[in-house]
Design a protein around this ligand. Structure first.
Ligand SMILES: C[S@@+](CC[C@H](N)C(=O)[O-])C[C@H]1O[C@@H](n2cnc3c(N)ncnc32)[C@H](O)[C@@H]1O
Length: 280
């Protein structure tokens, strides 16, 4: 049985091409998370790394620089459009020490005891059985191997996504959010759940650090409204809406976002957990 079928379809059929299209807009917004991940992982030149949910490969390319040509990365993702773009970008950048596997990270037959570090930028919240996924990832690590990932804290700590959704709700029928702990963007928002999953999966020295930042979601209110209407929960209802609904949504979003305009674009709050652990 394919436990992650729904998420696989979601990341292939609904979000895959969209993330490829929006990659150059998503990356500046999320680059602060790469910096944070690299800081906590303390990746060393020559190490062998495993990336979970590499998407379009931005963090993979940055990590490849960090590890140098004597290091290597094995990157896993089950979204064909996204991993194909990651592969293309690696070859455009002549990075030949990263390889890409199209696979479900929960089910993948990882080489055992192979990696010094495993990491993910927002790629580990979509498992139906996270304990199984993190146990497999743990077994893929060398003794002493480090895990580091970033995930979203509660919606209320992420006004960049929750507040525009409240505004858009008046004009669009937004999808019902997944239930608590169900696979989805906020499935790891509870700190206790992160500990519980990693403990059950056999990880040690688990640490969960609160990480708050303010990031630019658009150059100005109109630009941010356009971006946010195509990203996150409103992307499907917005793309299916008629022209009138689209215009009203964009106008309402722009009015709301106007107040958040600064000389450095529209700035909004992000709340995240930075998780680290070790295989002893
Ligand atoms: C929010 S995106 C993040 C992508 C990328 N890490 C980034 O920060 O740009 C989540 C990624 O995780 C991947 N993903 C989710 N569940 C997965 C699974 N079970 N196996 C492999 N990849 C998965 C998705 O296909 C998608 O590329």
């Amino acid at each position: 049985m394919d436990e992650n079928k729904e998420q696989k379809e979601f990341w292939n059929d609904l979000k895959g091409e969209l993330w490829v299209e929006l990659q150059t807009r998503i990356d500046p917004m999320l680059s602060v998370f790469d910096q944070k991940l690299f800081e906590v992982l303390e990746a060393q030149s020559g190490e062998r790394a495993l990336e979970i949910g590499c998407g379009t490969g931005t963090t993979t390319l940055k990590m490849s620089e960090c590890l140098g040509p004597s290091g290597s990365i094995h990157a896993v993702d089950f979204s064909r459009p996204m991993i194909c773009r990651a592969q293309e970008r690696a070859s455009e950048a002549s990075v030949d020490h990263a390889d890409f596997v199209e696979a479900d990270a929960q089910e993948y037959d990882y080489p055992s005891g192979e990696f010094d570090l495993a990491y993910s930028r927002f790629g580990v919240m979509f498992f139906q059985d996270p304990v199984k996924a993190f146990s497999k990832i743990r077994n893929a690590m060398k003794p002493g191997g480090r895990l580091g990932y970033i995930c979203w804290a509660d919606k209320s700590k992420n006004p960049w996504i929750s507040e525009p959704a409240q505004v858009a709700k008046e004009f669009l029928e937004l999808p019902k959010p997944p239930g608590e702990d169900e696979p989805g963007m906020f499935s790891m928002c509870r700190e206790e759940r992160i500990f519980e999953i990693l403990e059950k999966a056999g990880w040690s020295e688990i640490k969960v650090e609160w990480f708050e930042s303010t990031n630019m979601i658009g150059k100005n209110a109109e630009d941010a409204a356009d971006f946010i209407s195509r990203m996150g929960p409103m992307s499907e209802p917005f793309s299916e809406a008629d022209e009138g609904q689209k215009q009203k949504t964009l106008e309402a979003l722009s009015t709301f976002l106007k107040d958040r305009e600064t000389p450095n674009g529209v700035q909004m709050g992000f709340g995240n957990w930075v998780v680290t652990a070790k295989r002893l």
